[in-house]
Write a protein that binds this ligand. Sequence first.
Ligand SMILES: NC(=O)c1ccc[n+]([C@@H]2O[C@H](COP(=O)([O-])OP(=O)(O)OC[C@H]3O[C@@H](n4cnc5c(N)ncnc54)[C@H](OP(=O)(O)O)[C@@H]3O)[C@@H](O)[C@H]2O)c1
Length: 327
Amino acid sequence: MNAPSPLANVLDAALEATVVGSFTRVGYAARSRLDGWSDPTAVAGRTIVITGATSGLGLAAAVRLAALGARLHLVGRSEAKLAHAQAHVRLHSSSEVITHCCDLSLLRETRRLGETLVALATPLDVLIQNAGALLTSYTPTSEGIETTVATHVLSPYLLTEYLLAHGGFAPHARDITVTSGGMYSERFNLATLDMSPTTYRGTVAYARAKRAQCVLIPHWQRIYGSSGVSFHLVHPGWAATPGLSSGIPQFERVTKALLRSADQGADTMVWLAGTSLDPAPGRLWLDRRPRNLYRLKKTRLSISEEIAAGDTLAQWCKERVEEVLSD
Ligand SMILES: NC(=O)c1ccc[n+]([C@@H]2O[C@H](COP(=O)([O-])OP(=O)(O)OC[C@H]3O[C@@H](n4cnc5c(N)ncnc54)[C@H](OP(=O)(O)O)[C@@H]3O)[C@@H](O)[C@H]2O)c1
């Protein structure tokens, strides 16, 4: 990508100021034309793991990355859906596509996935932590953790920490986490992250978990960035996927005409996975540009609060994970 023109910068800022203009297909269409996007050039031969690869954004990313020559590891929780995703990806490419069945709401299964990935002959160049779901009712896992927190916060924490501790990443690997614009409504507060059955509301639990991701990823960048591994957050915009239909059907009905395709929603994760540029680490990306972590004053943390929140959240994750795994 060439440096954006001043006009592209002005129009991008105007879109970003309006949530609808930025998050919908309008934002994607304008930005992709203004900045003259082309496919990332450094994908071929990279070993890339995608979680939640059986549907929606993860599957769309898999198709594009395979077509660009990546060696893919697709992670899903259903053998049948994985077989379908693998066959679908192979329609578009002859690249290597391996599948791993793992319920990422379960920490023991996540650790097993970590062990499998570490045992690969080639360390990972890219990990895309994309699996996620918005659950309308309180659902504890068989390990006793609320599923939203388990899937979006504790499992990604465990997988990344495991890979870092066991040499699972290549020297300049990228660890990419798919968050959501839903997090803009929530200020990070560890005391309210893990909701109780009586206070649980699906959209709030989801937004808080996605906000927690936005605390953890900059924390990782601060403490592990010097290792060469870089950490990135992606906001995909609003995209028509099975997850959006089942999680927030009313929202889908209202915004249907404006939603991005899954491929458009997956574009920035594909770009981050394979750009030959060095994307600024520890940042949130939408449409191939870094974005602010805050839109509302009431959710804003100062730099020192962000650092303290990252330390506290990481410590909390460590303790919760150890509690379950030592059982
Ligand atoms: N679509 C949007 O507009 C949008 C906006 C913001 C953020 N996001 C985020 O983007 C990511 C992908 O969402 P999507 O819209 O593509 O939804 P999707 O179509 O439902 O895809 C979600 C993927 O995650 C997998 N998954 C969910 N829970 C899992 C678990 N416990 N273990 C293993 N895999 C699990 C799903 O597997 P199954 O196929 O078995 O269900 C599926 O492959 C999510 O993190 C979501 O929060 C989406």
